[in-house]
Design a protein around this ligand. Structure first.
Ligand code: 5CA
Ligand code: ZN
Length: 456
């Protein structure tokens, strides 16, 4: 799948080394949704991150944008700390809600997905989000999913559920396939919810607890057999059908990054069931699916290096949900503000990015027009501070931005550090006690660009 052009990322002066060594002082820590603890996001020299992509309709609203900007900060902080980063993402370009929307609006589902995926790419490029290195659509993942599901059936970790009349084309005897969660002793480790909470969220977020024939109400769909009017692909022994949602992300992540990758993320609405289920699938998949090929070979040769229990992401990271008009901004409610609509109205995308960064990624907030007004003012102020001939030393501001990001991606604190520098630059002029540095605006501008993704 095509992504979008990568932004230029300017080089910065290296962080000064401490006695303990710079690597330690710059370790980026984030809040793990599973444990509630601050953990090192990627301990190695190579950071590997999977962030769930969009389901391409009603793209790109500001809730989406806020989530992708949050993970973009993590990638920028890692790069600044000298790590190589591989970022993988998907596009859920075939799924129930997409097909329903296509049906309701009389548009071909492929056309809807393609146009919305293109719009998302434009919006992400405008917002300065670094594109994924591995970008795979659900449709592209079908052969991989079908193979994995066949193996799960063969191993006994998945089972067939009979179809209703009229389903299944010329093989109505082959049912839908579900994962048997009892095959995974660690199920529940990602969200740590109790069963009642799981059941409620499962029903609310795309699950089907009441489907007759399932062994357990929470067992998730792996392969949906063909239905009249729905697209379907060859599944070999499974019969024609299409992928379940969680297995798609599990495989795109683990095959694109190598098993045992660092971070799996998205909005907090994905914690359960999506990331719980995708992690569970990775634990129960047979070893031979993780043969030393492709990315798996480069990063995690063979399965000896990554035992089944550690194939899923080490850290689960989630952004809070953005609200609008009193409720979560969501496709189903229709209370959406689109990035493209703001851009069309002449809003500087960097003001949109700054408005997002003014809120910590884990703090739920509600979008109002005042966010944009304030971000526009800040942008103007920063731009005028940078346009002067010199300014106070950039060292403290740069160190403060780095420290804020390393501390659970504290963007509001980072903005505060730049504000403080800009205030002094605008107020003090050449008489600043700190001395006057001709190169300072250049360094601050590059820092704001490289670390915060805001081009001034
Ligand atoms: N395609 C799936 C993931 S595999 C999906 O959830 N798509 S989505 O289009 O519904 O959402 C894309 C991303 O935006 C997800 O990470 C989701 O958690 C996040 N998101 C959706 N609504 C909001 C919101 N109001 N605030 C913050 N993030 C949101
Ligand atoms: Zn996903």
């Amino acid at each position: 799948m095509h992504s979008w052009p990568a932004p230029q990322i300017p080089a910065l002066p290296p962080a000064p080394t401490t006695e303990a060594g710079s690597a330690e002082s710059l370790e980026i820590r984030v809040h793990d949704s599973s444990t509630g603890e601050l953990v090192v996001a990627a301990p190695g020299a190579h950071a590997r991150m999977y962030v769930c992509g969009i389901t391409p309709y009603d793209a790109t609203h500001l809730g989406h944008a806020a989530t992708y900007v949050a993970f973009d900060l993590l990638q920028r902080a890692w790069r600044d700390a000298g790590k190589r980063v591989t970022y993988a993402s998907n596009v859920t370009d075939v799924d129930d809600p997409l097909l329903e929307r296509a049906d309701a609006t009389g548009v071909d589902w492929r056309q809807l997905a393609a146009s919305q995926t293109a719009l998302f790419a434009e919006d992400m490029a405008a917002l300065g989000v670094i594109p994924p290195d591995v970008y795979v659509g659900a449709v592209e993942s079908v052969p991989d999913v079908a193979r994995a599901v066949r193996e799960l059936v063969a191993s006994g970790a998945a089972y067939r559920v009979p179809l209703e009349d009229g389903a299944g084309g010329d093989r109505p005897d082959l049912g839908d396939v579900y994962a048997d969660l009892s095959a995974d002793a660690a199920f529940g480790a990602v969200s740590r919810l109790d069963r009642d909470e799981m059941l409620a969220l499962f029903a609310e977020r795309g699950g089907d607890p009441d489907r007759p024939g399932k062994r357990d109400a929470l067992d998730p769909l792996l392969w949906r057999r063909e239905r009249p009017g729905e697209p379907a692909w060859d599944g070999g022994d499974l019969g024609a059908g299409r992928p379940g949602w969680h297995i798609e992300c599990a495989l795109i992540g683990a095959h694109g990054l190598g098993p045992g990758f660092d971070v799996q993320g998205g909005g907090i609405d994905l914690l359960f069931p999506h990331h719980e289920m995708s992690s569970s699938h990775l634990r129960v998949l047979p070893d031979d699916l993780f043969d030393a090929t492709g990315a798996d070979a480069a990063e995690a040769p063979g399965t000896d290096a990554v035992p089944a229990g550690r194939r899923a992401a080490r850290v689960n990271l989630h952004a809070a949900l953005l609200a609008y008009e009193g409720e979560k901004m969501s496709k189903s409610r229709g209370n959406l503000v689109f990035v493209s609509a703001l851009r069309r109205a002449g809003v500087d995308p960097m003001a949109i990015r700054l408005a997002i960064l003014a809120h910590h990624y884990r703090t739920p907030w509600e979008w109002t027009d005042a966010d944009l007004v304030e971000a526009g003012r800040r942008l103007d102020r920063w731009r005028s501070a940078l346009s002067g001939n010199g300014g106070p030393s950039a060292d403290a501001a740069l160190a403060a931005v780095r420290a804020a990001l390393a501390d659970d991606l504290d963007a509001p604190r980072a903005l505060g550090a730049v504000d403080a520098w800009a205030d002094r630059a605008l107020a003090a002029g050449a008489s600043d006690e700190d001395g006057w540095h001709e190169g300072a605006p250049g360094v601050v501008g590059r820092a704001v660009d490289a670390l915060l993704g805001v081009r001034l």
